[in-house]
Design a binder for this molecule. Structure first.
Ligand code: ADP
Ligand code: MG
Length: 550
């Protein structure tokens, strides 16, 4: 920031690092590509897993792009922007994160080559914008309608998304669970199908095989009943949800009571017991036969509840309380004094069951039949966690497919169709932007190329074959990684929601152009960017030490 004149005016604080022009661009491109290279090997059903170890020594084993990027510490600001790509892809459709990141890296790689040829970043960005629009148009044309009620297709979409997760072996069962859960919570709002995935509760319990994963129409609480004397099973449950403790409040300060004769002691104890008894009486009076308490329930209260045949659970999670309220129609009551029969919710059955080594409470036959839960099982915690991530992706894609009713062919089929459409389109634009559009066409081939590479297939042979198939009008030809050949992806049931592919194009082209437009990186010493000193395109607060990090 030179002032016009002889004397340079220093406006940046001491210690600020600054990189400009080509140096800044190539550094940004390198950092972004390093991130995309890091996740590349996980793409597709034959992709490898990564073992991530955090600062505390905790281990995560995953194949999920979004998770990998969430777990690794990234310092370079451009690399951070790539992590954002994965996040936005994950938020929009819950799948396609690796593809979006890999595509961003490749778009930047080809842009780097164009920069070397002295093509201005603005021109490249313009060309990429045109290419992205054409790509989306092509995707729309290619997309196939999913017929309402077509559960088989939804199941294939779930299977495609889970193909790359370690749980692949039990895919069929899991896909059934996913489709069942999503179709159960789907609602029609103003003629449109809407799926709120928050209505699907996920509970995990280590032990047992993945095959024991099941769907429950109701809510599961990872708690046992508080007292052995309580019934294990309550039919026609009337449920009270309480957010306060069934305990006599202990005083804040240390108080001492002087007791001079034994009758006084008895009177004191009686009084405490009397207070607890009154609390339990309030529960009984409300008509409840099940009590789910977010706080503690003291021994005496447990005893009285049991004596009155009430099933009680203590220290339930807040999120479970909320799900229970929605499912049973109960109100969460802050204080027992406020509890009335109007606050009581209903469920056909409340039952404690032994799952693995633990006991859990199952609330089924709820007033609201849309409440569903998935109980994830797996031999170890790592398996259960990765399964949860896989289910998250599958639930998301099935929800998106159901909402939009449109799908495309996977396995790189759509990518090749886009690439060919772009090559046809580029000459009509002409000039230097044509070069950028062609670069986009090259970049998007990274998807089938990487799928082949990760499956141990020769990418060059595969690309020749797949282009050949497409030029003969086989628009759904993709890489069948399991069979090791080019194949019709629709016939192989490798299908994805249209929205996932659309978002991949959207997120990657946006991030790539945003990074390309930056020609000045100013990083203050202590993190936190200097006010007004941000490059166009705006990055968040920048970390210290910009160089030599990747
Ligand atoms: P992402 O995070 O991008 O979803 P994945 O590791 O889940 O990455 O891989 C997704 C890619 O794998 C998609 O391009 C999808 O079409 C492809 N794919 C899934 N199953 C198959 C299959 N059986 N054959 C070929 N490609 C497949
Ligand atoms: Mg995926």
């Amino acid at each position: 920031m030179m002032a016009g004149g002889q004397q340079p005016i220093i406006v940046l604080r001491e210690g600020t690092k600054r990189e400009r022009g080509k140096g800044a661009q190539s550094n940004n491109i390198m950092a972004a590509r390093a991130i995309s290279d890091a996740v590349k090997s996980t793409l597709g059903p034959k992709g490898m897993d990564k073992m991530l170890v955090d600062g505390m020594g905790d281990v995560v084993i995953t194949n999920d792009g979004a998770t990998i990027l969430k777990e690794i510490d990234v310092e370079h600001p451009a690399a951070k922007m790539i992590v954002e790509v994965a996040k936005s892809q994950d938020e929009e459709c819950g799948d396609g994160t690796t593809s979006a990141v890999v595509l961003t890296g490749e778009l930047l790689k080809y842009a780097g080559e164009l920069l070397e040829q002295n093509i201005h970043p603005t021109v490249i960005c313009g060309g990429y914008k045109l290419a992205a629009n054409k790509a989306k148009e092509t995707l729309n044309k290619l997309s196939i309608i999913i017929k309402p009620g077509d559960k088989k297709t939804l199941k294939d979409i779930a299977m495609t998304s889970m193909a790359s997760k370690s749980a692949s072996a039990e895919k069929t069962l899991l896909a059934d669970v996913v489709v069942e859960a999503v179709t159960n919570v789907a609602e029609k709002v103003g003629g449109k199908t809407v799926v709120d995935l928050d209505n699907i509760q996920i509970q995990k319990k280590q032990g047992g095989g993945i095959g024991n994963t099941e769907i429950i129409t109701g809510i599961i609480i990872d708690k046992e009943r508080v007292h052995e004397g309580m019934p294990k099973n309550i039919k026609n449950a009337k449920i009270a949800l309480i957010d306060s403790a069934l305990e006599v409040k202990k005083t804040e300060v240390d108080a001492r009571i002087q007791i001079n004769d034994p009758t006084q002691l008895q009177a004191f104890l009686d009084e405490e017991e009397g207070m607890i008894k009154k609390m339990v009486d309030k529960v009984i009076k409300s008509g409840a036969n099940v009590l789910i308490c977010q706080k503690g329930i003291d021994d005496i209260a447990q005893h009285y509840l049991a004596k009155n045949g009430i099933f009680a659970v203590r220290r339930a999670k807040k999120s479970d309380m909320e799900k229970l309220a929605k499912a049973t129609g109960a109100n969460i009551v802050g204080s027992l004094d406020g509890l009335t029969s109007k606050d009581i919710g209903f469920a056909g059955n409340v039952e404690e069951k032994k799952i693995g080594d633990d006991k859990m409470t199952f609330v089924t036959g709820c007033k609201n039949p849309k409440a569903v839960s998935i109980l994830i099982r797996g031999t170890t915690d790592h398996v259960v966690d990765e399964l949860e991530r896989g289910l998250h992706d599958a639930l998301s894609v099935v929800a998106v497919a159901l909402e939009d009713g449109k799908m495309t062919a996977g396995g790189g089929a759509a990518a090749i169709a886009i690439s060919m459409a772009l090559r046809d389109y580029a000459p009509s634009v002409g000039g230097r932007e044509q070069m950028a559009i062609e670069a986009f066409a090259n970049a998007i081939e990274i998807i089938p190329k990487t799928l082949s590479e990760n499956a141990g297939l020769d990418p060059i042979d595969m690309m020749l074959e797949i282009r050949n198939a497409h030029s003969k009008g086989k628009k759904y030809a993709g890489i069948n990684v399991l069979g090791g050949k080019v194949d019709d992806m629709l016939k192989n049931n490798v299908i994805e929601p249209l929205r996932v592919s659309m978002q991949e194009i959207e997120a990657s082209s946006e991030a790539a152009t945003m990074i390309l437009r930056i020609d000045d990186v100013i990083a203050s010493k202590g993190g936190g960017a200097p006010p007004g000193g941000m490059p166009p395109g705006g990055m968040g607060g920048m970390p210290p030490g910009m160089d030599g990090m990747m």
